[in-house]
Design a binder for this molecule. Structure first.
Ligand code: ADP
Ligand code: MG
Length: 370
């Protein structure tokens, strides 16, 4: 039977495009599965992302290739591009489910999501958090300013770890079994003691931004619905115009989650309200009232707000402050909490045009301090 849509069922040992032999699965997301493959021509390992086949997905896949080619081209001129994954090749494949676009990448390690799985309660060590955020922000600076690209899906699953030196990269690869299903084992976290990542290894791990599957040009946004819910910027939630600042909002959410082990916003639907309603309410509780010029700048806001600017489906909110949350809930000292909040708040500014840019965030005292 002819199926349309879905993942291509890859067999171990299968050879793609007469060149890439599938060794094992590296991970999967909503749109693709990624396989570790042996490039039989170049005699090295690569990661092949096999996109789902479906009408519409094919276009998205072509966009991803076009954007990645632009990134490759600009990389020749600017070192900041090192923080974005490199596309090596692309091809089309016909499988039992139809056409699949395939993208070939350098092999990286597991994602930040895998790493954070071991630190769910206390967050990652701050020096590592700051270093990785510097790399993410440098990558975003490059995408925004050099390539004029909005990533549109910054989240832990799309930030991949790698080791410059071969043994660390090996270790990362060995501790990773398969995408989000297993976690990197850190020393002290149980499991086989012979093959573990130690906390000191963390400091030599680098990160790169991957997955340009939702990305678009700054001057030509492709869709209204971008980003993954907890990382979605206010302007996107409200259906307003968005731009590169939307990536900075997501990065602030990412920063908080790396540093504390908890999502900054974890919206849930209720009996009388949607997940979006809850999300807007959680944002107001933490960051304060949304000024009317933002709340009412597009008519979808009637979905959320009454005429005087109150939330429609919530009568009571529990305001909390960001430094207060860091101190009370996560045990940070008032000083450390204030310093981190001073970094996060400008990156969560409601007005996108007043939100900190990647360059400004990179210069902030919190991230430059050791
Ligand atoms: P999707 O668009 O479906 O989210 P991604 O490009 O994010 O696809 O890839 C899905 C997962 O595959 C990632 O979260 C990561 O775990 C893994 N992955 C992707 N690219 C690589 C790579 N180059 N090296 C190692 N793992 C990768
Ligand atoms: Mg992804």
């Amino acid at each position: 039977a002819q199926h349309t849509g879905g993942h291509h069922p890859v067999q171990e040992g299968e050879v793609f495009n007469t060149r890439y032999q599938a060794l094992r699965e590296l991970g999967c997301g909503a749109f693709a599965t990624v396989w570790l493959c042996q490039d039989m021509r170049r005699k090295k390992q690569v990661a092949v992302k096999v996109l789902k086949s479906r009408e519409g997905f094919a276009d998205t896949a072509q966009d991803e290739v076009t954007l990645l080619r632009c990134v490759n081209c600009m990389k020749k001129k600017d070192r900041a591009g090192e923080n974005i994954i490199s596309l090596l090749d692309d091809f089309r494949m016909i499988g039992e489910n139809g056409f699949h676009m395939c993208l070939v990448f350098e092999v990286l390690g597991p994602s930040l999501r895998c790493l954070m799985g071991n630190y769910t309660t206390q967050g990652l060590p701050l020096p590592f958090v700051k270093k990785s955020l510097q790399q993410v922000l440098t990558g975003l600076y490059f995408l925004h300013k050099r390539c004029r690209i909005i990533h549109a899906d910054i989240k832990p699953e799309n930030i991949l770890l790698y080791g410059h030196d071969k043994s660390l990269q090996r270790l990362l690869m060995d501790t990773l079994d398969c995408g989000q299903r297993t976690h990197v084992k850190l020393k002290g976290a149980g499991g086989d003691p012979g093959n573990q990542l130690e906390e000191s290894d963390l400091m030599s791990i680098e990160v790169k931004i991957a997955d340009l599957g939702s990305a678009c040009w700054t001057y030509k946004p492709f869709s209204k619905e971008i980003q993954t819910q907890p990382y979605r910027a206010l302007e996107v939630l409200l259906g307003l115009d968005y731009g590169t600042p939307a990536d900075i909002w997501s990065t602030a959410c990412l920063a908080f989650e790396m540093a504390t082990g908890e999502c900054l916003f974890d919206p849930q639907p209720g009996k009388y309200f949607s997940r979006d309603d809850d999300h807007v309410a959680r944002i107001i509780e933490l960051l304060g009232r949304i000024p009317p010029q933002i709340a009412f700048s597009w008519n979808k806001s009637t979905k959320f707000f009454s005429r005087p600017g109150a939330l429609l489906r919530f009568s009571r909110l529990c305001p909390r402050s960001l430094p207060g949350t860091l101190a009370d809930r996560h045990g940070w000292t008032p000083r450390a909490a204030a310093a981190f909040a001073a970094f996060l708040l400008p990156a969560l500014h409601y007005a996108p045009e007043r939100r900190a840019s990647a360059a400004q965030s990179l210069r902030h005292a919190w991230i430059t301090a050791p």
